[in-house]
Design a protein around this ligand. Structure first.
Ligand SMILES: [Zn+2]
Length: 279
C-alpha cells in the first residue's frame, strides 16, 4: 500500500512538473505557429527612391530609403512565394541598387531550392515582382488575367519577355479574374490600382491577418495614410483599396507587409543580413 502511494506521488510529480517543462521547451524550440505557418521577407537589395514615384502628386525632389523585397510563406507542405525579385545587371545599375543578392541564393540560405517552391503568387508584373519567375519551374503560378494581358503588351526587355513566355506556358497556371482562396488561410483579391491586374494577398494565422500589398502602396505609410501610389494605372481602384487598408490597419491584429519597406527589420526579427522573419 505504502509502495503504491510512493508510486502515485512520483507519477503526480512527473505530470505536474516535468510535463509542462517538456511542452514549454517544445514550444520555445519551435518557432512555427500552431497552424505551422512561417513568413520570411527576403531583402534582395536596397536603394534610394524618388518620393515622386512613391506618392502621387509629391512635388519634392526628396529621395528616401527603399528596400527591394519578396516574401516566402511556409504553410504546411506548401512553400508559397509572394513575388520573386529579379536578377538583371542593367536594372540593378539603372536603379542604383546596393547589397544586391540573387533570389535563389537567398532562398538557399534557409535550405530551399527554386524547385521546392510549390506556389508563386505574382502581385503584379513589374520587373522587381516577376523578374525571377522563370526559376520556379515546379510551381503553380497565380496571376490575374488582366495582368498577364498587360505584361503581354508592355513587355519591353528580355527579362519581361521571358517572364511572359514562362507564365503563359506554365502547365499549372492559375489565371484568375477577381478573388481566389488558395486554402482556408490564404486568399487573393484583385485590386487593379497600381497596374490593371494587381492582386494583394491575405494570410490568416489565428487572430492575426497579414496583408501583402504589392505596390498598391510602396511603403506602409502609403496605405495607412491612403496616399495614391506614385505609379498608378487606375486612381479610383488604387484609392479604393488604400482606403480599405487604412481602416483595416487600425486593427492591431492586422499587419501590412509592403514590398519596399526599408524599416521591416525594426518591426520583425532580422535572422541574417538579407532575411527578416515575420512569423
Ligand atoms: Zn515594386
Amino acid at each position: 500500500m505504502k509502495k503504491n502511494i510512493i508510486i502515485l506521488i512520483l507519477f503526480m510529480f512527473l505530470v505536474c512538473f516535468l510535463a509542462p517543462v517538456y511542452f514549454m521547451s517544445c514550444d520555445t524550440n519551435n518557432k512555427k505557429t500552431e497552424a505551422g505557418i512561417q513568413i520570411f521577407a527576403f531583402e534582395y537589395g536596397k536603394s534610394l527612391f524618388s518620393k515622386k514615384h512613391i506618392y502621387y502628386n509629391d512635388n519634392s525632389n526628396d529621395r528616401v530609403d527603399f528596400s527591394w523585397l519578396f516574401y516566402l510563406v511556409k504553410n504546411g507542405k506548401q512553400l508559397i512565394l509572394i513575388d520573386t525579385g529579379f536578377n538583371d545587371h542593367a536594372l540593378i545599375r539603372a536603379y542604383q541598387i546596393t547589397a544586391f543578392q540573387d533570389p535563389a541564393a537567398l532562398l538557399a540560405k534557409i535550405k530551399i531550392t527554386p524547385e521546392m517552391i510549390t506556389d508563386v503568387i505574382i502581385t503584379h508584373s513589374h520587373f522587381d515582382h516577376i523578374g525571377a519567375v522563370t526559376l520556379f519551374k515546379n510551381a503553380r503560378i497565380y496571376i490575374q488575367k488582366d495582368e498577364l494581358n498587360y505584361l503581354k503588351h508592355v513587355k519591353k526587355n528580355a527579362l519581361l519577355k521571358n517572364a511572359y513566355r514562362f507564365v503563359e506556358t506554365n502547365k499549372k497556371l492559375q489565371l484568375t479574374d477577381g478573388a481566389l482562396s488558395l486554402d482556408k488561410n490564404v486568399y487573393i483579391e484583385k485590386t487593379g490600382g497600381h497596374t490593371p491586374g494587381t492582386q494583394i494577398v491575405f494570410l490568416k494565422n489565428g487572430n492575426k491577418n497579414y496583408i501583402f500589398t504589392g505596390d498598391e502602396c510602396y511603403l506602409p505609410e502609403g496605405c495607412t495614410n491612403a496616399r495614391l501610389s506614385g505609379t498608378v494605372y487606375n486612381k479610383t481602384n488604387n484609392l479604393k483599396i488604400l482606403t480599405e487598408l487604412q481602416i483595416l490597419a487600425k486593427d492591431p491584429d492586422v499587419i501590412l507587409l509592403t514590398h519596399h519597406d526599408p524599416l521591416l527589420d525594426k518591426k520583425f526579427i532580422r535572422i541574417s543580413k538579407h532575411i527578416i522573419q515575420i512569423l
